[in-house]
Write a protein that binds this ligand. Structure first.
Ligand code: ZN
Ligand code: ZN
Ligand code: FE
Length: 759
C-alpha cells in the first residue's frame, strides 16, 4: 500500500460533487485507490463525497486522471475540487461512515433499472437471491423513491427496517463485492418480500402460494392486478385481451386516454410498434421511460383512435419475474389511480382506492418514500422529446442556474412540476399533475415540503417564483409560504425561458415563440400564441401574437372543440351553417355562438391550442374531448395519413398573425369536398409559415437569428419540424426543449431562470 521508500509521500484532499451517492461511487474510488497503491479514506458528505489520498505524486496523478474516466454508469461528476492536505501516514484506504452536515446539497440519483448482473442471479436457481424480487446492487435499483434523508445511507432509506443478515452484511462490507455499500441490499433471508392480496375469488384458478407466479396466472387469465412498483402502484392487465382492457377502462373511469404497455422484451416491442434505432435506445435507457412510437398493430382499447402506442421495457426484478412466470408478453401498465388522481403509493391507500378496480394486489413490503409516475418520451424528427419527466430522471439536475440564494419555482397548475435551485443547480421535481384535483394539491404541497426539508433550505432566504395567474393554486401557495420573497412570472415567458435555462444560456437574445393552450397574459386575457424578443437576463418583450378571438364559457372551451370554434368562427363572415354537413356541429356550437353574440361569459384569447381545436372541429372532431390535447393529437395524426398538401395563406398584420384567411380557406376546401387529411396538412404548413414569416420580420428588425419554440403546441412533431425547416431556409436557427417537456411540465424551470435573472 505504501509508496516506495524513495518516493516522497504527499497527500491531497478532494471534494467531488455531482451524482456520487447511491451509485457505487465509494466502492469505485476504493478500488481505484487500491489499484494506484494509495492510502486514505472516502466518505459521503451532505455535499458530495470527501476523499483523502496519500502516496507518491505519480500515483496521485494517475488516480486523478483515471477518476472521471471509469466512474460507475449512473454516476455523474459535476466538479472535483482538490487541495493539498497533511500526510497522515495511513497504511490502508478505508470507507468512513458519513458525516452529517448542515446543508446537504448533494444530488440524489434517480431510480435505476435492475442491472444485467442482478438479472443473471435472479434467474440462476443456484443463487441465494434466485427469484428474489428485491435483488439489487450498487449499480442498480431504487434510489430517489426510497430516500428519506441525506446523506444517502441505509438508515435514511425505506430499507432501514430490515437489518442485514450475516451474508448480506459480509457483501456490504467487502470492497471487492459488487454489493459493497449498496444501501438497498437484501436477500430472501433478511429483506422484505412480496405477497398477493386477493380481495376477489377468481373462478377456476388454484393458487400456488407463490405470489408472483399466481399474479402472472391471474394476468394471463384476464384479471386486473395492482402491482407495487418503484414510485407507486400500477394497474396491469393483458394488453391483447380486449375485454380485460375494457374492464380496466370502465373501472378506472378512463374513457379514451391511451394506456401504456409494458412489453417483455424488445422483440415484442418490434412486433407492436415501428421502432427506430433511437426509439430502441430510449426504451433501453436507464430511465426506462414510456416511449411513444407509431403503432404497428391495433391492440383493442389500448389507445383508441390513436396511431401511436406507448411502450416500455421491464425495469424492476418484479416485472422480469412476472414475464418469466407466464404473464402476458404485453401488459397494459397504467398508474394506480382512478381517472386523473395522483398515483397511489402507500399500501393502505392503494388497497382502499384501488379496491373497486383491481382483482388482486401484489404488495411489496418495502415502503415507497415518494410517488413517482413513469416518464414519457416521444421520438420525433428533432430527436427524443420529453412529454412527462418523472421516474428515472427526477430529481436529476437539468441545468446550472447561477443564484446566490435558493429558488423554489412553483410551476403552472396543469402538468405541475416544481423546480428547486440550490447551489446554482436546478433540480426539476417529478411530475405532480393537475392541481385542480384535491389529491394533486396535497401531492404538490408534499413535494415542496419534501424538497425543502431534504435540502434543508433556509426558508427565510428562499426566493419563490410562481405564475402570474392570480387564481392559480401555485400562486396561492406562494402566498402561504409568506416568509419568502416572491416573483411572479408570466406563463409564456416562462415557456421560452425553459429552453434557454436548459442550455444555460440566460444571456442569449432570441425570438421566442410560445404556442400553447392557456396562460394568463399581461393584460389579464388568455394568451397562448405569443412571440417575444429578448433574453432571460434582460426580459422578454411581447413582439407579436395570434389575432385574439373570443372564447365562450371559460375553461370548458378547452374540452369542446366546437365551443372554441364558436369564438373563432364568429370573427369571419363565412355565411355557412356549421350545423349542416359537411360540418355537422352539435347543438353545443349554437349555444356557444349565442354566448359570443351576447358577450356573456366570454374572454379574449390568443390561444394557438384553441385554434388547433377549431380546425379539428371543422375537419370532423365535433364531440367533446375525454383528455387534454385530444383534438390536437387527432389533427396531427390526421395530417400524417395524407400525402398531398395545400398551402393556405398566412397573414401578418403588424404584430398580429391573422388566422382569418386561413380559416376561410379551410372552410371552402371542406365544402368543396377536399380530403380532410390534405386540409390538415395544409393547416400545419400554414401555421408554421405564419410563425416563420413573423419571426423573420423580427429577425430583420432586431438582428437576432435564434428562434426558440416552446409551449404544449410544439409537442406536435409535424408543426415543429415544419417550422424548423422553414426557419432554416431563412437562416434562423431553432432551439427547442429537450431536458424538460415543452408543455407546462417545463414551466417551473423557466420560472426559476427568470427569477434568478431578476434577483
Ligand atoms: Zn444490480
Ligand atoms: Zn440478507
Ligand atoms: Fe403552457
Amino acid at each position: 500500500m505504501r509508496a516506495t521508500a524513495s518516493a516522497v509521500i504527499v497527500a491531497r484532499h478532494l471534494h467531488v460533487r455531482g451524482i456520487v451517492q447511491g451509485v457505487g461511487f465509494r466502492p469505485y474510488v476504493f478500488r481505484l485507490a487500491r489499484d494506484h497503491g494509495l492510502a486514505g479514506w472516502i466518505c459521503n458528505g451532505g455535499d458530495g463525497v470527501q476523499i483523502h489520498i496519500e502516496g507518491s505524486t505519480d500515483s496521485i496523478d494517475g488516480f486523478l486522471l483515471a477518476l472521471p474516466l471509469h466512474s460507475p454508469p449512473a454516476a455523474a461528476i459535476s466538479a472535483v475540487e482538490s487541495g493539498d492536505a497533511d500526510v497522515l501516514a495511513l497504511t490502508t484506504f478505508t470507507i468512513r461512515s458519513s458525516t452529517p452536515t448542515t446543508a446537504p446539497t448533494t444530488q440524489i440519483s434517480p431510480d435505476l433499472p435492475v442491472c444485467d448482473d442482478c438479472l443473471r442471479e435472479l434467474f440462476d436457481p443456484a443463487d441465494r437471491r434466485s427469484q428474489y424480487a428485491y435483488i439489487t446492487c450498487t449499480n442498480c435499483g431504487p434510489r430517489f423513491s426510497i430516500v428519506t434523508g441525506l446523506p444517502y445511507d441505509r438508515p435514511q432509506t425505506t430499507m432501514a427496517a430490515w437489518p442485514l443478515c450475516a451474508r448480506c452484511s459480509a457483501e456490504y462490507d467487502d470492497p471487492a463485492d459488487r454489493r459493497f455499500h449498496a444501501q438497498p441490499v437484501a436477500c430472501p433471508e433478511c429483506g422484505p418480500a412480496f405477497r398477493l392480496v386477493q380481495p376477489r375469488a377468481v373462478a377456476g384458478l388454484t393458487l400456488s402460494g407463490n405470489p408472483i407466479r399466481d399474479a402472472a396466472a391471474l394476468l394471463a387469465g384476464g384479471n386486473i392486478i395492482a402491482l407495487k412498483g418503484i414510485g407507486g402502484y400500477h394497474l396491469g392487465c393483458d394488453a391483447r385481451n380486449a375485454s380485460a382492457v375494457q374492464a380496466l377502462r370502465t373501472r378506472k373511469v378512463r374513457e379514451e386516454k391511451p394506456f401504456a404497455v409494458m412489453v417483455r422484451d424488445v422483440t415484442v416491442a418490434r412486433e407492436l410498434a415501428v421502432l427506430t434505432k433511437e426509439a430502441e435506445r430510449a426504451l433501453a435507457s436507464p430511465a426506462r421511460p414510456i416511449v411513444l412510437c407509431p403503432a404497428a398493430v391495433v391492440l383493442a382499447g389500448v389507445a383508441p383512435g390513436n396511431h401511436e402506442v406507448g411502450l416500455m421495457l421491464p425495469y424492476t426484478p418484479l416485472h422480469h419475474l412476472l414475464f418469466a412466470n407466464g404473464a402476458p408478453d404485453a401488459m397494459v401498465l397504467t398508474s394506480g389511480n382512478r381517472s386523473d388522481e395522483p398515483i397511489a403509493f402507500h399500501d393502505d391507500d392503494a388497497e382502499r382506492r384501488l379496491a373497486g378496480i383491481a382483482d388482486a394486489f401484489v404488495v411489496g413490503e418495502r415502503p415507497i418514500a415518494r410517488r413517482m409516475d413513469d416518464s414519457v418520451v416521444r421520438i420525433t424528427a428533432a430527436g427524443t422529446t420529453m412529454v412527462r419527466r418523472s421516474r428515472g430522471y427526477a430529481p436529476g439536475i437539468v441545468a446550472p442556474i447561477p443564484s446566490r440564494q435558493p429558488i423554489l419555482a412553483l410551476g403552472a397548475d396543469l402538468k405541475n412540476t416544481v423546480t428547486l435551485v440550490v447551489d446554482g443547480h436546478a433540480c426539476v421535481s417529478q411530475h405532480i399533475g393537475d392541481l385542480e384535483h384535491f389529491d394533486a394539491r396535497t401531492a404538490f404541497r408534499d413535494t415542496i415540503e419534501d424538497l425543502l426539508t431534504m435540502y434543508r433550505i433556509d426558508r427565510q432566504r428562499l426566493l419563490l417564483a410562481h405564475d402570474r395567474h392570480p387564481g392559480y393554486c401555485s400562486t396561492l401557495t406562494a402566498r402561504e409560504l409568506t416568509s419568502a420573497i416572491t416573483v411572479s412570472v408570466q406563463h409564456h415567458r416562462a415557456h421560452v425561458a425553459s429552453v434557454l435555462a436548459e442550455r444555460g444560456e440566460l444571456d442569449r437574445p432570441v425570438i421566442g415563440v410560445a404556442y400553447d393552450g392557456t396562460g394568463y397574459g399581461d393584460d389579464g386575457t388568455i394568451w397562448g400564441g405569443e412571440l417575444f424578443v429578448g433574453s432571460v437576463r434582460r426580459g422578454f418583450e411581447r413582439a407579436g401574437h395570434l389575432r385574439p378571438a373570443l372564447l365562450p364559457g371559460g375553461d370548458a372551451a378547452a374540452r369542446s372543440p366546437v365551443q372554441a370554434a364558436a369564438g373563432f368562427l364568429a370573427q369571419i363572415d363565412a355565411r355557412v351553417d356549421f350545423m349542416q354537413p359537411p360540418f355537422g356541429f352539435p347543438a353545443r356550437f349554437r349555444d356557444s355562438q349565442a354566448l359570443v353574440a351576447a358577450g356573456i361569459r366570454t374572454i379574449a384569447t390568443t390561444s394557438a391550442g384553441r385554434l388547433f381545436d377549431t380546425v379539428a372541429a371543422l375537419l370532423g372532431f365535433t364531440r367533446s374531448m375525454t383528455f387534454e390535447g385530444q383534438a390536437a393529437i387527432w389533427l396531427e395524426q390526421l395530417a400524417g395519413t395524407g400525402d398531398a398538401e395545400d398551402q393556405y395563406p398566412s397573414f401578418i398584420d403588424g404584430p398580429t398573425i391573422d388566422w382569418r384567411p386561413l380559416l376561410c380557406a379551410i372552410i371552402t376546401a371542406r365544402r368543396e369536398g377536399v380530403d380532410p387529411a390534405r386540409i390538415a396538412r395544409g393547416f400545419h404548413w400554414s401555421m408554421a409559415s405564419g410563425i416563420v414569416t413573423a419571426a423573420e420580420a423580427l429577425s430583420r428588425e432586431y438582428g437576432i437569428t435564434d428562434l426558440v419554440l416552446s409551449g404544449g403546441v410544439f409537442q406536435n412533431a409535424r408543426l415543429t419540424s415544419l417550422v424548423t425547416s422553414a426557419a432554416a431556409a431563412v437562416a434562423l436557427r431553432v432551439l427547442t426543449n429537450s431536458a424538460v417537456p415543452s408543455n407546462d411540465g417545463g414551466i417551473s424551470l423557466g420560472q426559476a431562470a427568470i427569477a434568478a435573472a431578476a434577483a
